[in-house]
Design a protein around this ligand. Structure first.
Ligand code: DC
Length: 272
């Protein structure tokens, strides 16, 4: 278990503080291949929090692939398309999606579709449900994968200091297995289903101002897990070479510290 082996490097990782750690890993601006770290896992394991924090520490962009499926689902709902039956029109929509993901100074992303800010609109239950459905179709996944690779390759301006950056920490379900199978650093997060349901419940409470019943959230997560794990194309799997991290009893800061330790260790081995 490579992850277990690296546990002993915890202390070393905690010494790699913020900017010093990040500058060591800065991709060169002219690099044709982007620096990519992939983080996959089911809903509610804390991928977004960890990915944002890790991207900040590395000085690269945070890329949320779920936002691309959610934006397509939002466009489908807005256009009165049925996310299950209007398959060919959904595929056309997917290929034409005019999506802009803009990094925020806080390390998140603003999502713009056709110039309109839809950042919060894509988090509703209606859109979550539609996203789970549209992401089942291979032709839609192919269009989204192309879009995600394009987004990862582009240079972007760091909103905190105006510097031009390349490289991404990308999170989703198939980022290490399909979107960036050659990524040098891959992680797979998982957690106890009960903890995941409670995290999702809190997220929904923040969004709607009231707490949905835990049993309902648990059932929805279970249903979407089934869709994610059993689809024919791009199912949720632990990618080959990925480091598994159980987040049930670990906070984001601790997980990111372990990830940085692993990345720096690999980096120094491969540069020898
Ligand atoms: O991570 P999320 O909940 O924002 O993802 C939204 C939906 O998109 C979810 O149903 C899973 C799907 N998705 C996917 O199929 N592949 C990805 N790489 C990312 C998300």
């Amino acid at each position: 278990m490579p992850w277990k082996r690296n546990q002993s490097l915890k202390a070393q990782g905690s010494r790699l503080k913020g900017k010093a750690a990040a500058s060591h890993l800065q991709p060169r601006a002219s690099s044709p291949k982007p620096f990519v770290v992939t983080i996959d896992g089911p809903a509610g394991v804390g991928k977004s929090t960890v990915a944002k924090l890790l991207a900040q520490r590395l000085g690269v962009m945070y890329l949320d692939t779920g936002a691309t499926y959610r934006s397509l689902a939002f466009a489908a709902v807005r256009g009165d398309l049925n996310p299950i039956t209007d398959r060919s029109r959904l595929a056309v929509l997917a290929r034409r999606l005019r999506l802009v993901l803009q990094p925020t100074p806080e390390g998140g992303l603003r999502v713009r579709l056709d110039g309109v800010d839809i950042t919060t609109h894509i988090r509703t239950e209606e859109v979550s449900e539609a996203a789970a459905q549209v992401s089942q179709y291979p032709e839609i996944r192919a269009a989204m994968v192309r879009l995600q690779r394009r987004l990862a390759r582009r240079a972007w301006t760091d909103p905190r200091n105006g510097m031009i950056r390349r490289g991404v920490v990308v999170e989703g379900r198939d980022t290490g297995s399909v979107v960036f199978p050659q990524a040098p650093y891959k992680f797979f997060l998982d957690a106890d289903p009960e903890v995941r349901a409670r995290r999702r419940q809190q997220e929904l409470e923040r969004l709607y101002g009231s707490r949905p019943p835990l049993a309902q959230v648990r059932e929805q997560l279970h249903f979407r897990d089934g869709l994610d794990r059993h689809r024919r194309v791009g199912p949720l799997v632990k990618p080959a070479g990925a480091i598994a991290v159980n987040t049930t009893h670990r906070g984001a800061v601790q997980i990111v510290r372990l990830m940085l330790t692993y990345i720096h260790q690999r980096k120094s081995v491969s540069s020898k």
